[in-house]
Write a protein that binds this ligand. Sequence first.
Ligand code: G3H
Ligand code: ZN
Length: 286
Amino acid sequence: MALVTGDRILQHAKQNGYAVCAFNVENMEMVQAVIEAAEETGSPVIIQTSANTVKYAHMDYYFGMVQAALKHATIPVAVHLDHGDGTELALQAIRAGYTSVMIDASKQPFEENVAKTAAVVEVCKPIGVSIEAELGNVGGKPGDTDFGASGYTKPLEAKAFVERTGVSSLAVAIGTAHGVYKGEPNLDLNLLAELKRTVDVPLVLHGASGLSEQDVRQCIEKGISKINYATELRIMFTEAVKEYFNLEDDFVDPKKFTGYAREKVKEVAKEKMITCGSNGQAFTFH
Ligand code: G3H
Ligand code: ZN
């Protein structure tokens, strides 16, 4: 197995009662760490890059690194654009080889969100690229002052949104926020269960860094099929580099600290895959 669409993995996750981990990567070592973790645990996985990350380096670089890693892998992998802002970026992702894109117009009023999302669906669907959209307010995005305390996803709006846009999956706001939690997250699991009953596409959870294992498991039980992790991996990579500089000071080879950080990120990724129950699921993938 190798490169597949996001939707294929999400449908498999939905049918088999687990969640696929979607990890934001920033460099080659993080790509390698995630793919190795997925291989070792037998997990389908999604590698994603945010709109901010692809300002740092073109998507061709990230896709190229995943492609290289896949030469040595057997598990199903999707490559996803995270928090894209419209058709132009979606097209860049498609040209680079990504198999899934997100259009995040969740800050726009409902009708504008529908229109922007439908425009991306129109471009992606005919060529088999999956589309994730967001409805509601998952807080903590750059420039946000609201940490998700308001704007939870409304089930009937979600149903209408999915029917009108034709998206493959929907990111919902149930009390999570991006980045480091300032206090205890207050997840509305009843709302999540209601969303699962009302919407028939796989549901996505953003802002999973900092959630307890129990919270994550409950979210999966109530209907989440994809879980996004960014901050925890970034923190682990960066802290590991700092730690290495404290352990040793007489070196000139960057591979020393990037290799050390790669191992640490791999351990985090494996833990998340086990928490999400994706371990072993690659073997039932056809
Ligand atoms: O889109 C990416 C995620 O929602 C990651 O959230 O940084 O809190 O893990 P996080
Ligand atoms: Zn997100």
